[in-house]
Design a protein around this ligand. Structure first.
Ligand code: HEM
Length: 405
């Protein structure tokens, strides 16, 4: 794969060592050199371009810790909660595995939102990067499913009642709903079959994500990276090789992220989790507040703000689905909102609406929260379905630079 930004160094590998022997037959070394050493990147990438590498590293950590957790986990209604307690208290370093896996899940979702917002901000979804964007969104959906399936596994109160809410929401889909609910739950009561299915789903999906990440990065290396100016590199001095420039910059990003990660995992391991999930699932006792993990709260806020259960589900799923259409909803030739004064402000408004929806999800949409939830939902969809398509008709864009340097 030779990116448009000019890959060099793909020539024959000479030498007599084992590596050179393998490379003459499998081309792995020259491939690695072309894609991760000599690969040319725009010279002006900022710290937001570190998040792809951060996501890759956290993904590996999630798989590694997940495999060891799975070795000690019991996927059954009677044993799941107790097996988590055993991991926390008796398995050597089990508490560490769990702290890393739980903190990793939260930070992975957080990093995913930053990564996605970076794409919206700098117009990285526009041609020729549509497939890159779409594979990213497939990863978002797969990660959401994996995170939800994982949250069910400890079989605490929130696992059980969260699964109950989602099962009923799926069941509310006209026509297919009840059948889907049955496939998901496996029997009339949430229990062994359900946990077993979600354990397999969690495990399989996590590895499938790795495959799609490969596709995502392959798509990236074909189109090349976008950059904060949203202008394609025009001359050789507009780009620098990945190594040592961005390999070192990614290391700095990873160390800073690692500090935040370590602080959360070691000093505040329970900050991002729900205390109610430390009580075993009890089908006879509904908690007063059923709420998902923080990263699902904005979607839960939309679900609650819409009066009908089914339409709430449509709006909530639509909030993710609309992102798939963004490359075709935005006809402006200017990528980066740095040069689009109206869209820039409106995009920050989208962050406010998203956070507000999260608060609505947390406080339950009633009274003033209901009004706020409805306004934020309208704003969210208004941004994508009204502003993006029509902005080029009235927005006066700023002049674009002719090169990155
Ligand atoms: C498992 C999750 C994901 C992983 C591991 C991942 C990985 C990466 C990596 C390594 C890069 C190159 C470095 C960078 O530009 O930051 C990248 C770029 C990119 N990703 Fe992702 N990604 C994921 C999810 C997503 C999602 C949810 C989206 C949004 C739809 C997305 C959209 C993009 C785009 C548009 C680029 C190119 C950005 C540019 O050059 O301006 N990715 N991704």
């Amino acid at each position: 794969m030779n990116g448009p930004q000019g890959v060099q160094g793909t020539g024959q590998q000479s030498g007599t060592g084992v590596i050179a022997w393998i490379d003459r037959r499998l081309h792995v070394v020259r491939w690695f050199r072309a894609e991760y050493v000599d690969y040319r990147m725009p010279r002006n990438l900022n710290g937001l371009w570190n998040f792809g590498a951060i996501l890759c590293v956290v993904l590996v950590l999630m798989l590694a810790t997940g495999i060891f957790l799975a070795m000690n986990y019991t996927p059954a209604a009677t044993g799941a909660f107790a097996s988590i307690e055993v991991i926390e208290r008796q398995v050597p370093a089990g508490w560490l595995l769990r702290a890393l896996h739980m903190t990793g899940a939260s930070l992975f979702m957080g990093a995913l939102y930053v990564h996605l917002y970076r794409g919206l901000y700098y117009g990285s979804y526009k041609a020729p990067r549509e497939i890159l964007w779409l594979t990213g969104l497939v990863l978002l959906v797969m990660t959401m499913v994996t995170a939800f399936a994982g949250y069910v596994l400890p079989w605490g109160q929130m696992s059980y009642w969260g699964a109950d809410v989602v099962g009923k929401a799926v069941g509310a889909i006209p026509g297919l709903g009840p059948a889907l609910e049955h496939v998901m739950e496996g029997s009339d009561a949430l229990g062994d079959v359900f946990i077993h299915r979600f354990f397999v789903l969690h495990f399989v999906m996590a590895f499938a994500i790795v495959g799609i990440v490969g596709l995502h990065v392959a798509a990236l290396h074909i189109s090349g990276s976008n950059n904060p100016l949203g202008v394609e590199p025009a001359k050789p001095s507009d780009t620098v090789p990945f190594h040592p420039y961005y390999s070192s910059k990614d290391m700095v990003g990873l160390v800073l992220f690692g500090i935040v990660f370590a602080a959360l995992a070691f000093l505040w391991p329970d900050l991002l989790s729900e205390p109610a999930n430390y009580r075993p699932a009890n089908p006879l006792h509904t908690p007063t507040d059923i709420e998902p993990e923080w990263y699902f709260l904005p979607f839960y806020g939309i679900l609650q703000s819409v009066p009908s259960k089914f339409l709430g589900l449509v709006a909530s799923a639509g909030a993710v689905l609309v992102l798939f259409a963004v490359p075709w909803l935005d006809p402006s030739p200017v990528r980066s909102v740095r040069f689009r004064p109206v869209c820039r402000i409106a995009l920050w408004g989208l962050v406010v609406a998203f956070v507000l929806l999260g608060l609505v999800g947390r406080h339950h949409a009633a009274g003033a929260w209901m009004i706020a939830g409805r306004c934020a939902t309208l704003y969210y969809f208004g941004y994508f379905l009204v502003l993006l398509p029509f902005a080029p008709r009235f927005e006066k864009t700023r002049p674009l630079p002719s090169s990155l340097s």
